[in-house]
Design a protein around this ligand. Structure first.
Ligand code: URA
Length: 200
């Protein structure tokens, strides 16, 4: 983990970080995954969203949120006038866990320095954690997502504070459509917060 931290800190920009992950052999998930799923969207965007880990479709395409969850995520963003030119999208873990299982705490810990560096380098104004695992890992929340969602928190990069919000993961919404009302509120809160931040 100290290796990963040092390596991640040494990446001067996002392309270097991606190249570093391509070479990194410290995460066992890399062995079973087809490829690295680093990011999609615009790294200059004010809004960054972070999910849990790639699924099957993402593993094939090499881009986050391109499967069914991704289609729903695109609709959530479209509701507030945002597409992938106005958002930067990544996952806590950049390799698909076998059978889409939840990443283990060890796997997550190994990947954490990289996603932290990715957030620091992208330097968004607003960070949105999609689902409980992302919120627990990045925001340190202990509550479940049902309790933690919809509240603004600070995400500390080490050099800067970023306003952060957790909301339901789109995969959860596919199973539990009733959650969509809450996510709608969260999307409006994100829209308002974006309007308050520095112009693009
Ligand atoms: N679920 C995630 O958390 N991330 C993806 O990229 C796809 C599905």
């Amino acid at each position: 983990a100290a290796d990963a931290r040092e390596a991640a800190a040494s990446a001067p920009d996002l392309e270097a970080l991606r190249a570093l992950l391509e070479r990194f052999d410290g995460c066992p998930l890399k062995v079973t995954a087809t490829r690295l799923v680093f990011a999609d969207g615009n790294p200059q965007a004010k809004l960054m969203l972070v999910g849990e880990a790639p699924g099957r479709d993402e593993d094939i395409e090499g881009k986050p949120f391109v499967g069914r969850s991704g289609k729903l995520l695109d609709r959530m963003l479209a509701a507030i006038g945002i597409d992938r030119t106005k958002a930067y999208i990544a996952n806590v873990v950049p390799w698909r866990p076998p059978g889409n299982r939840t990443p283990t705490p060890q796997e997550t810990a190994i990947c954490l320095p990289f996603i932290r560096r990715q957030i620091e380098l992208a330097d968004p104004d607003i960070l949105v954690c999609l689902g409980g695992p992302s919120a627990q890992t990045l925001l340190g929340i202990k509550d479940g997502i049902t309790k933690a969602r919809g509240r603004w928190m600070d995400y500390d990069t080490g050099t800067r504070r970023i306003q952060a919000l957790a909301t339901f993961h789109p995969a959860y919404l596919l199973r539990t459509p009733l959650g969509k009302r809450m996510v709608w509120r969260d999307m409006l809160a994100i829209e308002r917060k974006l309007a308050e931040t520095r112009p693009e």
